[in-house]
Design a protein around this ligand. Structure first.
Ligand SMILES: C[C@@](CO)(OP(=O)(O)O)[C@H](O)COP(=O)(O)OP(=O)(O)OC[C@H]1O[C@@H](n2ccc(N)nc2=O)[C@H](O)[C@@H]1O
Ligand SMILES: Nc1ncnc2c1ncn2[C@@H]1O[C@H](COP(=O)(O)OP(=O)(O)O)[C@@H](O)[C@H]1O
Length: 282
């Protein structure tokens, strides 16, 4: 069984508070994009995980492996599996590559064993593995609240994008730890952004995008700001860092402009893609 699993971007990201356990409460707009990993699941004598990218761990610390363990325990599955991950989504990039792999395993085993789980049940299992996992059972365009688990479906946004992952590593934990909530000068107007999305006003959406986590990352990694500027120079309607970074995306009305921007960025960034939004998850 092979499952295609898409990456996500955050069309906006606001931090609106903190939970008692230190986790940040969010209001973000999430969007699946046509940039896919492939997860192949086959029954095997023992548990094995493989990946074509060396920076992805192929042991129990792989989130896809943990997803298998959670499913095996919850549904008394005694079989073991070989999980082969074809990784096309940049790793540790703010594009939720690991989370989408975990969602693919849950969905794959649900189908393989005819468990007939509802989307809500799969979301609940996914949340045990990571805050971004439940979103992939919805896909398309969603408002995510709480730490990402409270999902509201919005009108699906349809546009061309350039996504660029500069060759730097940013830890999600570090970004949240260094966020100074009381010093954030600009928050996104999430209500207004939702109105733009629901009325299909892509231009106003693109012009209103804000990710408050940029206050941490752009200070430390000016390359993020430089990529945003290049995207705007090449005609992007708006450009933003995705999640905790370091990936940056630009929204383009015209695919030809997106391709020109891609050509320019390709000179010094290896991981850059022209993609469209999609209206599905795993
Ligand atoms: C920023 C976002 C936006 O979609 O995505 P990515 O950039 O990872 O794709 C998410 O909030 C990433 O959530 P999640 O995937 O759960 O983050 P993890 O890497 O598990 O979290 C690492 C650490 O960040 C902190 N953390 C995480 C989520 C959150 N809402 N508040 C936090 O304070 C916690 O200290 C946690 O231990
Ligand atoms: N299946 C997986 N795919 C990618 N990374 C994984 C996976 N399992 C575990 N990881 C680890 O999780 C970390 C975060 O990766 P990823 O999910 O790609 O990024 P992000 O959280 O920024 O969206 C990586 O540094 C990697 O070591």
């Amino acid at each position: 069984m092979i499952i295609e699993c898409p990456a996500k971007i955050n069309l906006s990201l606001d931090v609106v508070g903190k939970r008692e356990d230190g986790y940040h409460l969010l209001q973000m707009i999430m969007q699946t994009i046509a940039l896919y990993d492939r997860v192949k699941i086959t029954k095997n004598n023992e548990m094995v995980i493989t990946c074509n990218k060396i920076d992805v761990p192929c042991d129990r610390s792989n989130i896809a492996y943990r997803a298998v363990e959670v499913m095996k325990e919850k549904f008394n599955i005694e079989d073991n599996f070989k999980i082969e991950i074809e990784k096309n989504i940049p790793v540790a990039a703010g594009l939720a590559g690991g989370s989408t792999n975990a969602a693919a395993v849950i969905k794959g085993l649900n189908d393989m064993y005819s468990l007939n789980l509802s989307i809500d049940q799969m979301k609940e299992i996914g949340l045990k593995l990571g805050a971004d996992v439940p979103f992939f059972f919805e896909g398309g365009t969603c408002l995510a609240e709480g730490i990402g688990e409270k999902l509201t479906k919005l009108n699906d946004v349809s546009c061309h994008l350039v996504v660029a992952k500069p060759p730097i590593n940013v830890s999600t934990k570090y970004v949240y730890q260094n966020l100074k909530l009381d010093e954030i000068a600009v928050h996104p107007d999430t209500k207004r952004i939702i109105q733009y999305i629901n009325s299909n006003d892509i231009r106003s959406l693109a012009e209103s995008m804000v990710n408050v986590l940029e206050t941490v990352t752009v200070r430390e990694y000016p390359v993020i700001f430089e990529i945003k500027n290049i995207m705007m120079e090449f005609g992007a309607l708006g450009s933003l860092m995705s999640g905790s970074g370091p990936s940056v995306f630009g929204i383009f009305e015209d695919k030809a402009d997106a391709l020109k921007c891609h050509n320019r960025l390709r000179d010094y960034i290896k991981e850059v893609f022209v993609v469209s939004t999609i209206n599905r998850g795993v």
